[in-house]
Ligand binder design. Sequence first.
Ligand code: PLP
Length: 381
Amino acid sequence: MFIDNTLIKDIRTPFYYYDTKTLRTTLRAATAALADEQHLHLHYAVKANARKELLGIIAKAGLGADCVSGGEIQAAIDAGFAPEDIVFAGVGKADWEIALATDAGIGCFNVESIPELEVIEAIAAEKDKRVDIAFRVNPNIDAHTLAKITTGLSENKFGIAAEELLPAVKKAAEMQHVRFTGLHFHIGSSILDLATFIPLCERINELQDRLEAEGFSCMSINVGGGLGTHYEDPDVHPIPDFIGYVDIFRKYLRLRPGQQLHFELGRSIVAQCGSMIAKVLYVKRGKQKNFLVLDAGFTDLIRPAFYNAHHLIENLSSKDTETETYDVVGPICESSDVFQQNVVLPRCKRGDLIAFRTAGAYGEIMASRYNLRELPGSLVV
Ligand SMILES: *Cc1c(COP(=O)(O)O)cnc(C)c1O
């Protein structure tokens, strides 16, 4: 990648570099995939990256927001998302978060359990309001992705089991302050094999048939997010296959007349617009290995340590034609603070800038102050 050195020469490292041009191009591709079909709605999953400059651009592009906390709902509203375009998921919604969402007039609560439904009913009653709810159903589908980001298996904490859906819908129908509007799903993240979404469509078709047989219909279906992005070769595949993704649902999901279809994409919207930039502190020569010790660690970018995830690593400073193999590591006092082993890079020296590509999603937002380190900075260009 290329960064204008005059922009970054005085910036403290590590920092996140965001390229809004890439974000806008991605947003155009994502919205174009909906082809102006009025029943298709795209939400941005705020948890992937809540930097306000990016949220503002995403809101202006016409996306709704998918939030998983009161803080995210507030950030979305502050950034200009219309409250009615906000959906709120999460297995542990606190009372204050439900109250905030009710007061704000969000579009839909994606309810994950009966006890939660009862609390929403009670809080909406206190406020003399009626709120729209959908049930998040656990479809028991394996997204074949990293274990820590698979969410749709039945042994997983998310959603209501399919067998419990009908009693839940009946219960909601008897309540005065919630209105049942549809079904919500989310099977996992980083999914590049689009065929993974076919069993989800089939599952939804079955569930709709079952509900209709009992006299219940859905106004909307929300299929969640999970579309992956290319971490290995971001320059070859900068834009995720949004058309292929939406087409799977066009082809396999049997929507009823007038039914609305919602998507909630996080990673695929923001991953490619961000890079994490760190500086080489030391090139440490071991017996068998060379270590590239950076001033960034898993406190700045946790995905490699947490999910075994891969980011393309580049040396932005060196044009050296000689290469060397390094274990790229951070300064944190944990042996898991390794970004990647055996990385071949142009020969590195102290002070070189190192880029971790495709770091716009689940990067800066997951930073912590462990070891009392400062949070990474950011530059939005
Ligand atoms: C995280 C999440 C998303 C977005 O997932 P991506 O893989 O980033 O697209 C969508 N919906 C829900 C409910 C989520 O928790």
